[in-house]
Design a protein around this ligand. Structure first.
Ligand code: ADP
Ligand code: MG
Length: 307
């Protein structure tokens, strides 16, 4: 359904995308997981024809994005990271406006709006001006407006950032329903819980590159680590960290906390503690974490997904 090959984007000096490639099958839910600045929005903007790539090929539903942007646009619905709505207009009028941009006839459009507003829990508020809406409500209208032309593919760029839990849950329900009904979805996020919950396949993106890709199971299996032993200290210094670093090849430090990546935590735990004691380290807390997307990301990059 979607094929992206060797996509590059330069903003003057900044190389935002350094040649990313992925393919998405029809009906698949693909997650692009990465921290702020990774290149998620740049990718979505290029795929939705808002931004031109510096290099690379994109095809959507068999149409080449460069040669056939109009056909591509008809196929896709876009929920951009920045909410685009007219604050002085009601939700209903906003939907009328956005729907008409896609050339949906008025009678058909009104029918679709009447169906879609209850789905997003906003039927009763449909005639209120958008400026009276909460962030979560605006986000819901933003998603609704991307669906009015009944696209086969939906791009969503961090749709749950900064909104209330109720709106978030409603969005989750809608997204899951759309997926069940066969829509192809590309969903960007920096929340690993969201990627783990929805996505058939996940591309982990950092610094303009896809550094790992696969189903959640594949990503877990391809990683050498099984668990992470997380130890917090009270007296960790650069010098002491150097000592334990040489004894344990796969470690990452975050201030006073050290992550020891381990293929077998049962074996390693006592050795690590002994090692830390010998180095003169004072342990404040210990936790064993099962492998998840956050630890995979940390292991690959040495950084955390959230700042
Ligand atoms: P994400 O959506 O994953 O947070 P973005 O795609 O927005 O990442 O940004 C990727 C990189 O490109 C970042 O380093 C960002 O600062 C840079 N960038 C994004 N938009 C612009 C722009 N219009 N001009 C210059 N640099 C940009
Ligand atoms: Mg972004």
């Amino acid at each position: 359904m979607i094929r992206v090959s060797n996509l590059k984007k330069k903003y003057d000096a900044v190389e935002a995308l350094k040649g990313i490639s992925f393919s998405i099958a029809e009906g698949e839910f693909y997650g692009l997981l990465g921290p702020n600045g990774a290149g998620k929005s740049t990718t979505i903007s290029i795929l939705s024809t808002i931004l031109e790539p510096t290099e690379g090929e994109v095809s959507i539903a068999g149409y080449d994005l460069k040669q056939n942007p109009v056909e591509c646009k008809k196929t896709i619905g876009v929920v951009p990271q920045e909410i685009a709505l007219y604050n002085e207009m009601s939700a209903y009028d906003n939907l009328l406006f956005w729907g008409s941009l896609y050339g949906v006839g008025k009678a058909e459009l009104q029918k679709r709006i009447d169906e879609i507003l209850p789905m997003f829990g906003l039927y009763d508020r449909r005639n209120d001006k958008v400026k009276t809406y909460s962030g979560g409500m605006k986000r819901r209208i933003n998603i609704a407006s991307a669906l009015l032309h009944q696209p086969r593919v939906l791009f969503m760029d961090e749709p749950t950032v900064g909104i209330d839990p109720q709106s978030r849950n409603l969005i989750f329900e809608v997204v899951e329903k759309l997926h069940r009904n066969g829509m192809t979805i590309v969903y960007t996020t920096h929340y690993m819980e969201e990627a783990e919950r929805f996505c058939d396949r996940i591309g982990i993106i950092d610094n303009g590159q896809i550094i790992a890709q696969g189903t959640l199971d594949e990503l877990r299996k391809s990683s050498m680590i099984k668990e992470t032993i997380v130890i917090g200290f009270t007296n960790l210094t650069d010098e002491l960290f150097e000592k334990i670093k040489t004894a344990w090849h796969d470690v990452k430090r975050m201030d006073q906390v050290v992550h020891f990546f381990s293929p077998n935590s049962k074996n390693d735990l006592s050795k690590i503690i002994l090692n830390c004691n010998e180095a003169g380290l004072d342990v404040a807390h210990i936790e064993i974490q099962k492998i998840n997307l956050e630890t995979i990301f940390l292991n690959l990059t040495g950084k955390q997904l959230r700042d």
